[in-house]
Design a protein. Structure first.
Lengths: 183, 183
């Protein structure tokens, strides 16, 4: 069995997991989640999760970016896998840091490519389009789903501007208040 | 020594490295690079790299996002480590997919927090402010440095709008042309 020790490698400034036998450094880095707010006639597509965490709750089609994908390709793949939807991407709607769990989330605004067809994939129990007043707010899976839906509400179908970032009044997802870096 | 085999785990749809003895799945995901276009009086800060790759070439202060950091915290840390600079972040200037090497790059526009002080860190040979016409274009380290500098040139000190993304005419950094996902 491999054995790792936490130490600061030469030229580094923080603890890493270093293999006792070969010196391999097992870096642990944040992961990227990509997804989309997929809009059709003023309604937005949500997927009811068939898997943990938050099984049974509603979420945007999103998931981990894979090696070899661009952000746009990853978002399109997730919409296909989770919602059986083929999408066209408008642009970046929001970017969130969920540093508590080592995630960066990039959410695009998207529309259907061609006719609005969709169906639950393996990871979804149900997929539906919701008008703003129909969104199951108390059954949303994650804070960032709330944030992205509100970011979409702000911009609507208008030109995309600077992407939304973590709401400063909602500290869920981050460990600590943003502070200046001490030199 | 651990032994891994490439196979598709249950409920997954692509090959992963799975440990032969314990079933641990070693996911390999893209990494996030965060950095800034740090502007002072119309000039931009560049660092001359003291490390490989591209030692001796000029780059923006940027590096891998660490666990527990927000994007903004990561960009501020990199500016401190590489350029001895304390920064305030304006907002997101650009976001690039370098899928060929499994990177997502998030570049902020930033200014100095307080007086414009800077000095080379361990990973930099030199740090300087350059006016647009002084930028050492033929000695820039990476294509994305070119892209981010041009994104800054576009927006200047004006309001940030939708972030720049990979220039469609420059396919460096991605393996393949963006295509729709086959369903």
């Amino acid at each position: 069995m491999p054995s790792f020790t936490q130490l600061v490698p030469d030229g580094d400034n923080r603890l890493r997991e270093v293999c006792d036998s070969c010196g391999f450094i097992a870096y642990s880095n944040p992961k990227v989640v990509v997804g989309s707010v997929l809009v059709e006639g003023g309604r937005v597509l949500l997927c009811r999760r068939a898997i943990e965490p938050r099984r049974g709750f509603w979420t945007l089609p999103a998931g981990f970016l894979e090696h070899g994908e661009t952000l746009e390709e990853g978002a399109a793949r997730e919409a296909a896998e989770e919602a059986g939807a083929r999408i066209e991407i408008d642009g970046i709607l929001a970017m969130y840091s969920i540093s508590r769990i080592g995630q960066v989330q990039v959410m695009f605004r998207a529309r259907f490519s061609g006719s609005p067809q969709f169906a639950p994939g393996d990871e979804s129990l149900d997929v539906r389009l919701f008008g703003w007043d129909e969104i199951p707010w108390s059954e949303l899976a994650f804070p960032s789903v709330h944030w992205a839906l509100h970011a979409w509400r702000e911009v609507g179908e208008g030109p995309l501007s600077a992407p939304a970032t973590n709401p400063p009044t909602d500290r869920r997802g981050v460990n600590r208040i943003l502070t200046e870096v001490a030199l």
